[in-house]
Design a protein around this ligand. Structure first.
Ligand code: ATP
Length: 135
């Protein structure tokens, strides 16, 4: 057993969302979900919007909403930097529902001034937040 704990920091430009020892983490990479365990080869990956699944030492699970960003590890610690990240209890489901409706309306209208990619990205954030908040 390594004496140093394996740790995960989930940060945004606004705050530290999570900073604790972990057993493992599964993150939504741009080419699919991937897992990181202690001793992982050093690497950096870009992330897409999704649910980051943390297993704490002892087996307790915690899922976080994470927006686009990056994950890096040196095999001893993991740092996840995202545009936005929330614990399930921090998600305002009403706000996410309103964001979902706005995005759906824009996608249905598809007028020339609407940025379709932006609306699709907003819809994915809203749907993922609603899923994690259990709505
Ligand atoms: P909205 O249109 O409601 O702002 P969004 O998907 O555009 O949603 P983001 O750009 O992902 O929002 O996030 C902006 C900030 O607002 C971040 O700090 C994020 O944590 C927070 N945030 C966004 N939506 C929610 C929500 N439903 N519940 C809690 N915090 C939220």
């Amino acid at each position: 057993m390594d004496s140093q704990p394996f740790t995960l920091d989930v940060v945004t430009l606004k705050r530290v969302v999570f900073s604790e020892p972990i057993e493992s983490v599964i993150a939504p990479g741009t080419v699919g979900y991937f897992g990181v365990l202690p001793g992982h080869t050093p690497f950096v990956s870009s992330l897409q919007v999704g649910i980051t699944k943390i297993t704490k030492p002892g087996g307790e699970k915690l899922n976080l909403f994470t927006s686009t960003g990056f994950l890096m590890t040196d095999g001893k610690k993991v740092i996840l930097l995202a545009e936005a990240a929330e614990r399930p209890e921090e998600i305002d489901a009403g706000r996410a529902k309103r964001a979902k409706e706005r995005a759906e309306k824009r996608l249905a209208e598809r007028t020339a001034d609407i940025d379709i990619d932006r609306a699709k990205a907003a819809l994915l954030r809203a749907i993922t937040r609603l899923k994690l908040s259990g709505q």
